[in-house]
Structures are given as structure tokens and as C-alpha cells.
Design a protein around this ligand. Structure first.
Ligand SMILES: Nc1ncnc2c1ncn2[C@@H]1O[C@H](COP(=O)(O)OP(=O)(O)OP(=O)(O)O)[C@@H](O)[C@H]1O
Ligand SMILES: [Mg+2]
Length: 250
């Protein structure tokens, strides 16, 4: 499930992960991709799920919305095509959004962790979701070695209803690991409407969609803050490399 290093060389990579099914990985991937693309940040989606919800959605974008490049990464390459060729991204790609299937674990999880900058873990409101997510986070740390890979991790509480709250045990567990719950998204038919039309929530011309978009701001800020820090670090090391005195040779 790895992405070769050259795929979107200048792109920052964000993966949606949770071994529990139906928590909102594809839905959040769609909305992130649509948001970045409409900010004129060239975005490519990689669909590692054989269900191909994300790639299908990208293929169904209306002609008035900016197109989003999609790679059906769960498929075997066509005859005569290499895997590297299959996984190439357009040269100008700046954000890569990876959607992953339910049941992600073991070496597939390790490969995803190794090849991305940020991981977003959506969690549904039920106690079963919370328990499964806690187990997944453990796997992410122990098997995925997420700390060693220095990948940034955040949780998104998804499908929130007025009477639901994130399970306190999960909140304590995440807080002990210093993993933030960056935002809480509502359980809303707007997400279904947007998915059906091949758009993101912010592209629906409905006041309620714009109100729900406010809940995305903390996630977008968290993502961009991490990316900005990395860019600053890169710029700094490039500058220091450029100004560093050449080593003396004996
Ligand atoms: N915030 C939300 N409000 C309402 N419905 C939602 C929300 N998020 C996701 N859904 C719906 O829940 C269902 C599951 O979401 P989605 O397919 O994004 O989950 P997933 O984690 O990708 O699932 P899988 O593990 O099977 O790939 C979909 O029908 C989706 O439209
Ligand atoms: Mg999915």
C-alpha cells in the first residue's frame, strides 16, 4: 500500500485511516480534496480501497467544479504497465489525499505510516467505534511505529448528534498519547448530498452547508499548521545548507 517517493514529489500527503469500517474515511477524504482543489491547491486522491468510493466520487464531479485527479491504487496495474507508472501523480500535485480500506493493519498500515506526513482518524459516536478506534491507535503505535516515523496524528469525531459525545475513556486514552480530537462533525444528510453530486460540502449552495463548514476549520488549520512547520523546517535547512561554510579538508 505504499506510495513511491516520486509520486507527487512536492506534495504533502494526508491519509485517512481507521481499521473500523464506516467511520467516515472516504467522506472526509472527499471533502478535504474538494476543499484544497477549490483553493487552487492541485490535489490528487489515491484510493487504496477496492470499493473505490473516493475515485468514483472524483470521476463524478460536475463540469462546473474543478476536476480532481484520482488514482485507483487498489487495482492491479494494467498489463504492460508498472505499479510505479500506475501510481504516478500529475507533476503539479501539492496535496495527496489517501483513502484506505477498513481492516487496515500490519505491514499495510506500516507502509501507509511510512509514506505520509499526516494521519487523520475519523471515529463514529458509538461505544463500539470508540473501542475499535482505541485498539487501532494502539496498533498504529506498536505495529505502525507512528511515533518513530514522526507522522502527525489527529482524530475527527464524526457523525455527531446533539445527544452524542465522544466516549470519555477514548478522550483520556488519546490525551495520554497527546493525540488531539481536532474537530467534531455533525451527522448530516448534507454529506450524503455532496457525495452523490461529486462535490464537497462547501460547494453545496446551501446555508446549512456553509454553517457545517465552520466545523472543518480546526481540522484545516491543524493540517496546514503542520505543513507550514515542515515547509519552514525545509526552508531553514536549505538556507543553512546554502550558507554553511565548506568543510575544511586537511
Ligand atoms: N458526518 C456524516 N453525516 C452523515 N453521514 C455520514 C457522515 N460521514 C459519513 N457519512 C456516511 O456514512 C457512511 C460511511 O461513510 P464512509 O464511506 O465515508 O466511511 P468509511 O470509513 O470510508 O467506510 P469504509 O471503512 O467502508 O471505507 C456513508 O454512507 C457516508 O455517506
Ligand atoms: Mg471508505
Amino acid at each position: 500500500m505504499a506510495l513511491p517517493a516520486h509520486a507527487g514529489r512536492k506534495a504533502k500527503r494526508i491519509a485517512l485511516v481507521n481499521s473500523k469500517g464506516g467511520t467516515g474515511k472516504s467522506t472526509i477524504a472527499m471533502n478535504l480534496a474538494a476543499y484544497y482543489q477549490s483553493c487552487r491547491i492541485p490535489t490528487t486522491v489515491y484510493d487504496f480501497d477496492p470499493q473505490e468510493s473516493l475515485a468514483t466520487w472524483a470521476g463524478e464531479r460536475p463540469s462546473c467544479s474543478t476536476p480532481i485527479a484520482a488514482v485507483t491504487a487498489a487495482r492491479k496495474p494494467d498489463a504492460g504497465t508498472t505499479r510505479t507508472w500506475q501510481l504516478r501523480a500529475p507533476e503539479n500535485t501539492r496535496r495527496i489525499i489517501l483513502d484506505t480500506p477498513a481492516g487496515l493493519c500490519g505491514s499495510s498500515l506500516q507502509e501507509i505510516v511510512r509514506c505520509v506526513d499526516s494521519l487523520i482518524i475519523p471515529v463514529g459516536p458509538s461505544p463500539l467505534d470508540s473501542r475499535a478506534t482505541a485498539r487501532f491507535v494502539q496498533e498504529l503505535m506498536l505495529v505502525g511505529k507512528a511515533r518513530e516515523q514522526r507522522v502527525r496524528i489527529a482524530v475527527v469525531a464524526n457523525r455527531h448528534r446533539p445527544d452524542s459525545s465522544v466516549c470519555p475513556a477514548l478522550v483520556r486514552f488519546l490525551s495520554a498519547l497527546r493525540i488531539p480530537i481536532v474537530t467534531v462533525l455533525n451527522d448530516s444528510n448534507l454529506y450524503l448530498q455532496a457525495a452523490e453530486r461529486g462535490v464537497g460540502l462547501h460547494e453545496l449552495p446551501l446555508p446549512d452547508a456553509q454553517i457545517e463548514m465552520r466545523r472543518w476549520r480546526p481540522l484545516l488549520r491543524w493540517l496546514e499548521a503542520g505543513l507550514a512547520r515542515e515547509t519552514a523546517r525545509c526552508a531553514w535547512s536549505e538556507r543553512s545548507a546554502a550558507t554553511a561554510r565548506p568543510a575544511r579538508h586537511a
